[in-house]
Every structure is written in C-alpha cells, then in structure tokens.
Design a protein around this ligand. Structure first.
Ligand SMILES: Cc1cc2nc3c(=O)[nH]c(=O)nc-3n(C[C@H](O)[C@H](O)[C@H](O)COP(=O)(O)OP(=O)(O)OC[C@H]3O[C@@H](n4cnc5c(N)ncnc54)[C@H](O)[C@@H]3O)c2cc1C
Length: 510
C-alpha cells in the first residue's frame, strides 16, 4: 500500500470514474447495474479482473428477487435461461436435517390463505391438534409442484392459485458472469485485464486515490467498488474495515464443489442433505448437476469429506472436486471512505439458503439509493453500513436456525450445533414460535413468516398451542376451506407441464 501527498478536492460534483475491482458474479452484476451511470457521458465505469486469479464460480442457486434485478436490467428471461443453462427453482428440499429420515421443502411463497387476519398456519396447527394429518406443504403450490417435478410461469390473474407461484433460478455461475459482462460492455462499461498489486491512499484523508496493476498501469477513480472476493483487496487489505467472525455459530469453514452428469428429470428445486459434519448441495442445471459438501474442518477431514461427496452424486463426476475455504462473518464496515465492498469481499454466509447473490443485488440497490457525489457525505456510508449489518444479521439468524433446530446426535458436529448458544435475536423467535406459533418480521427482513414457519415446523419445533383467535371462526368452515385449498393446489400442480417439458419449450440451452 502506498500513501500519496496529492491535494484533496471533495466537491459536490458527479462521479467521473467508478472502478470495480473483480469480475466474478459480484463484479459483473455491479457493472451491469451501474452501466446506466455512463449514459450521461460524464461517468466512466471500469471493471478490472484477473484471468490468472479466476473466480470462485460456485454461486448457482438464487431466490425470487433476482427476477426483479434482471427485470431492472431489461434482461429477457428465456434468453438468460438459455445462455446460462438455467433451470427453475421452487424452493429447497431439506433432507435429514431435523432427524435422519426427515424430508421437507422450504418453498418460495406462502402457505394457504389467512382468514380474518389470522395466519393460515394457525388453522393448520389447530387442525393438527385435532388429529388432521395433511402436511403443511400440501397448502403450498410451490411444494406440491416441486414434489411432482412440475413447473410453469405464474398466471397474471390474482384470483387464481397459480398466481401464488414464486420461483427463482439455478444457473451456471461462469456463464452468468459472461452473460452479464456482455450486457455491461454493450452499455458502455470498459473491462481491463490485469492483476492489482498496489493501492495508493491519499495522505490527508486516507481515501483510495488509485490502484496499480502488475504491468505498471495506474488507474485513478472517485469511487472504488471492491468485488475482489474473499481477499477484500481494497476494503480490508488497504482500508482495514475489520471482520466480525461468526464461526462459533456457523462452524462450517470449507467446501468441496464438483459438477456431475445429470441422469434423470431436472428437479425444480435445490436439495440440501445434512451430512455428518455439514451438508451437501445439489443444484440441477440443463447440462449438469452442481454438487458440493459444505463442512466443518474441526469435525471431519478433507479426505473423508471428499469420499462422502463423491459417494453421493447422481451421475459421473465431470471434474475433480474443488476445495474452497471461508470464514463466515461480515465486514464490520462494508463502505469505508470512497470504497464500497460487494459480494464475498463484504462477508460470507454459507449458501444454505442461497442468499449470497441476493446480498450482492441488495448491496447494489442500496448503493444506487445512496449514490454519492465526489464530496462523499459520511451520512451515506453510515446508512449503508447500518442497513447491511441488519440484513446480514437477520439472514445469519435464519441460517443458524437450521442447525439449532435439530434432534440429531449422531456426530460431534450435530452435538455441537444442537447445544450451542445462539444469538438472542434468534432465541426470542424460537421461543415465541414454540409457545403458540407466533412470528414477527422485523425491519423488512428478507425471509418471510412462511419461510420461518416452514423451517421451524420442518425441523421439528412444535408449538405447544395456537392462536386462540382461530376459535372465533366456525371449525366446519375452516375444515371445508382446508380441504378445498388442498384440492385446488393439487389440481393446479397436476395441470402444469413437467419441468423438463417446460424448459425444452421455453429456454432450451442446446
Ligand atoms: C461453496 C460456496 C457455494 C456457494 N453457493 C452459492 C449459491 O448457491 N447461491 C448464492 O447466491 N451464492 C453462493 N455462493 C456465493 C457466491 O459464489 C458468491 O457470492 C458470488 O460468486 C460472488 O463472488 P465474488 O464475485 O464476490 O467473488 P469471486 O468470484 O471470487 O470474484 C473475485 C474477482 O476478483 C478478481 N481478483 C481477485 N484478486 C485480484 C487481483 N489481485 N487483481 C485483479 N483481480 C482480482 C478475481 O479474478 C475475480 O474476478 C457460494 C459460495 C461458496 C464459497
């Protein structure tokens, strides 16, 4: 790192140059979204990336808001799916989490319909207390369609059950970055190949003045976006933002990733199977299945993890398993001076609920809402950091829930996570739910009540009672409504094409 003594000018004038360091998913998503800044001819946007270093390249499952990100960029869905070998995702199937042998789906979208302002799952709890057997998933179109391997786009008519269908995508991460790169370059973003070797800070205020590449090229900018991955080249190595380590709650610190051949129908959901020291993902694409074992190195060796992964693939592996290491946590300040970090440079939460790409999207949208000028009013970075902290912590709690809510005692890993202390914010939610199935969503948190209910019930947290207000509605009317809902959801799912047939018609990748 170098210090400069050049004089500082912090005018209230538009940014002249935005430099994005890193061309992984974060770098190219950011470039595609910021390309609009180049329209007025005053601002340039550049991406520096190093082919030699490469990308992490494993983020392949998403959640529904990604469709609005694509929509904002004007991306055609069918073309995007074709180009990225994509498939559709209706939720995540969790296998062996609460107990070995358990299986449930955390679907997108909600369950049933609320009645007279009482939450639907309260009626389900009441019915179950009275002996009903149908699982909660029978009241979710996403769950029922996923179980039948069926998919279609949701209808426009809000009166139909089909309009309740929510979906996201699975895609090939390398193809996604290439697709976004083409999109961004066509809209005025410049790409510079090169390896960053030095960062120069201004002497008087410590802002980043420029970066230097291995070939000696010096690039100055007003705003620097650190998308350099786990390294955090600017935000941490140059600006020392600090890192809050959450390994004591989320002890998985390694992953092995391997693609394999797909051998049967392309399932419209991600699968997460709990293993002795972590969990294994299965992400079906049109041309292959992505797999990986996320594990705790304190509880299993790399060789055993590799054997477990390779023994549990649908088809022949298409590459050697690729090792990855990480420390779960977040950058204490994700925006420091004139540097904003996005993607892995800003922190890491394991991909159990496919949230990392969403965090990039949400970081970009916060940055656009708080876009600075050259004066860099600190009120903007303070707000960005506050909002990011809340969001990271809320998602962290939801992921910890999956580990805490288990009865598994078959390995040192499960004994550790089952008995660990969890954040108070999470304990409160679990206790409230245990007492009467109540849940409250704070501060626009990402995961809805339906998501929390799906995971809590799916992993065996049984409320000891239910909302007394359910008894203010005629029980026969409730029973009729439940039966009618189950029927219409099942019939709607049965009328959908298979996921394979839908992909072949809508977005065949060839
Ligand atoms: C095991 C695992 C599984 C995951 N699964 C999912 C998932 O299913 N869903 C999801 O949403 N997210 C997932 N993620 C997260 C997701 O992969 C990342 O959020 C996403 O890929 C963004 O990564 P990135 O662009 O920040 O970093 P990277 O992909 O690491 O990109 C960093 C970029 O910086 C460049 N760079 C680094 N150093 C230099 C240098 N010195 N000079 C020039 N350039 C440099 C690199 O070349 C690269 O272009 C997963 C992550 C892991 C580890």
């Amino acid at each position: 790192m170098t210090q400069s003594s050049a004089p500082v000018t912090r005018e209230k004038a538009p940014l002249r140059h935005v430099l994005i360091v890193g061309g992984g998913t974060a770098g190219w998503m950011t470039a595609a979204a910021l390309a609009r800044l180049t329209r007025n001819g005053e601002t340039r946007v550049t991406v520096v990336e190093s082919e030699e270093i490469g990308t992490v390249g494993v983020g392949e499952a998403t959640i529904p808001p990604i469709a609005s990100f694509n929509g904002l960029l004007g991306i055609d869905e069918a073309e995007f799916m074709r180009r990225t070998q994509g498939s559709f995702k209706l939720g995540i199937q969790f296998v062996d989490w609460g107990r070995i042998g358990d299986r449930y789906i955390h679907p997108f979208g909600g369950f049933g319909v609320d009645m007279e302002a009482v939450k639907f799952h309260q009626f389900w709890l009441m019915a179950h207390a009275a002996g009903a057997k149908s699982p909660l998933g029978d009241y979710s179109l996403c769950t029922v369609a996923a179980e039948m391997d069926r998919f279609t786009l949701p209808g426009d008519d809000p009166r139909t059950v089909l309009s309740s269908l929510k979906y996201a995508y699975h895609f090939d991460a390398g193809l996604y970055a290439a697709f976004l790169r083409e999109h961004a370059e066509a809209r005025g973003v410049t790409r510079q190949e090169g390896k960053l070797v030095d960062v120069t800070l201004r002497g008087d205020d410590g802002f980043i003045q420029s970066v230097t590449l291995a070939d000696g090229t010096v690039i100055e900018a007003d705003l620097f976006i650190d998308c350099s991955g786990f390294r955090g080249l600017l935000i941490e190595q140059a600006l020392g933002a600090g890192y809050e380590d959450w390994t004591h709650w989320l002890p998985c610190d390694r992953a092995l990733a391997v693609p394999c051949e797909g051998t049967s129908a392309i399932t419209p959901y991600t699968r997460s199977t709990a293993r002795s020291a972590g969990w294994q993902w299965r992400i079906p694409l049109q041309h292959r299945i992505g797999n990986g074992y996320v594990y705790s190195s304190a509880h299993i060796g790399d060789d055993e993890a590799r054997e477990t992964l390779l023994a549990n693939l649908d088809g022949a592996p298409l590459a050697e398993p690729r090792p990855l290491r990480f420390v779960t946590g977040r950058r204490k300040r994700q925006w420091v001076k004139n540097c904003v970090s996005l993607g892995l440079a800003s922190g890491f939460l394991e991909p159990l609920e496919s949230t990392s790409i969403h965090l990039i999207q949400s970081g970009i949208s916060k940055l656009l809402s708080l876009l600075p000028d050259r004066s860099f009013d600190p009120v903007l970075s303070d707000e960005f950091n506050r909002l990011s902290q809340v969001q990271f912590e809320q998602i962290r709690d939801f992921i910890i829930l999956h580990y805490k809510a288990t009865t598994r005692d078959d390995s040192s890993f499960w004994n550790h996570v089952r008995t660990m202390q969890v954040p108070d914010t999470l304990s409160r939610k679990i206790e409230l739910f245990r007492s009467g199935g109540r849940f409250f969503r704070y501060d626009d948190e990402l995961f809805s009540e339906a998501s929390w209910v799906a995971v809590m019930l799916g992993q065996g947290i049984k409320p000891s009672g239910h909302d007394p207000l359910v008894h203010t509605i005629d029980p026969r009317a409730v029973a009729d409504k439940l039966a009618a809902l189950r029927g219409i959801i099942r019939r709607t799912a049965q009328a959908m094409p298979t996921h394979d047939a839908f992909l072949a018609r809508y977005c065949p990748a060839g």
